[in-house]
Write a protein that binds this ligand. Structure first.
Ligand SMILES: [Mg+2]
Length: 364
């Protein structure tokens, strides 16, 4: 199964409601689709979102990285030579993790097809079904409480609350939400780098003192501020999860050696795909650090790949894969099955994609 061409396209999928964090507001998913063609007629699909404020990757940079740098290293390569393909992908260009992730995902899709096996079974096959949280965007406390009630009415048992744009208001938000949903629901919060270390400690201690029962706090301080992250981790009881601070396996080792966080959030768009994400899983197993598997604003192609990884590995104990659920349309036939909070896999080979509608492929 040899790679004959790599085609790129754009896809636009509207969101049910605007997605708002301490870093940005987004109205629709606007992602790059990668389609790898082979001499056997098998097709592998990948996807990458232009999450400029987190990865630095834009639509133009993703397309440029693949078209001008990655493609020439992979055309003609045989899918059975996975190790060589991943070495080539890694050395083709530095950074550009979203572009690499999209290609890595399409390669794994083909790898599964080559052996006529779903990818999650090739990676370990630990379970076949997972349960995701759902994100509540940062808004006024009353609106967030209302959104939270709607989510638990749909069966969600875990809510991921976006905070971080105003520490005083953040406490009011969490009080309003806890009051609205009661104590049977897990509340995790994501500050998206919105606080400094002292502000984070002050705010999170207030939440502890108020008995808000927060499951974990994600990325309280700036991505580069590892000392600040450790200060927060050392001074509050709520478990701290590193997200924007961890892209590569090397970042994960640094954080774990420092004890700068209690948990790690793995996202394929930060690691550059499944190949490197597996390395973080191995490091985390050694250090005994549980991981979350998260996503950016992505549709079902790349999130299906994340679901396969999450179901395969025991060390991934927390799931934040709500991208496709936040979308008002699903242009992808096949892949993982999203039924609100429950995500199931089929045993179709690879990632099980049949077709993607509405992709505008770029002509060269
Ligand atoms: Mg996050």
């Amino acid at each position: 199964m040899k790679i004959t061409d790599i085609k790129l396209g754009n896809i636009s999928v509207p969101l049910k409601k605007p997605f708002k964090t301490a870093l940005r507001t987004v109205e629709s998913v606007e992602d790059v689709i990668v389609k790898i063609e082979t001499d056997t007629g098998n097709i592998g699909y990948g996807e990458a979102p232009p999450t400029g404020v987190i990865t630095g990757d834009t639509t133009g940079s993703i397309i440029g990285a693949i078209e001008d740098h990655i493609k020439k290293y992979l055309i003609g390569m045989d899918i059975e030579n996975m190790e060589e393909i991943m070495l080539r992908l890694d050395k083709s260009i530095v950074n550009n993790t979203s572009a690499k992730a999209a290609v890595d995902i399409a390669i794994y899709d083909l790898y599964g097809q080559l052996y006529n096996t779903p990818v999650y079974k090739l990676l370990g096959g630990y379970r076949k079904e997972i349960v995701t949280d759902i994100t509540i965007s940062v808004n006024a406390p009353e609106e967030m409480a209302q959104d939270s009630i709607e989510a638990i009415d749909k069966g969600y048992k875990t809510l991921k609350i976006k905070v971080g744009d105003n520490a005083t208001l953040d406490i009011k938000r969490m009080q309003a939400i806890r009051e609205a949903v009661g104590y049977d629901v897990d509340l995790r919060i994501d500050a998206n780098q919105g606080w400094n270390a002292k502000e984070a400690i002050y705010t999170l201690r207030k939440m502890e003192d108020a008995g808000l029962n927060i499951e974990l706090v994600e990325q309280p301080v700036k991505a580069h501020d590892l000392k600040g992250l450790k200060l927060v981790t050392d001074n509050i009881n709520i478990p701290v999860l590193a997200d924007e601070s961890v892209f590569s396996p090397r970042d994960a080792i640094t954080i774990m050696q420092m004890g700068a966080a209690d948990l790690i959030n793995i996202k394929l768009m930060k690691t550059g795909g499944i190949h490197n994400a597996l390395k973080i899983c191995s490091i985390a197993e050694i250090y005994g650090v549980e991981c979350m598997l998260g996503c950016m604003l992505e549709s079902k192609v790349s999130v299906t790949a994340a679901v396969h990884l999450a179901t395969a590995k025991n060390i991934i104990t927390k799931i934040d894969l709500d991208g496709p659920i936040l979308c008002s349309e699903d242009p992808i036939d096949g892949g993982a099955i999203f039924e609100d909070y429950k995500i199931r896999l089929t045993d179709d080979p690879g990632f099980g994609f049949k077709d993607i509608h509405g992709v505008n492929y770029i002509e060269y």
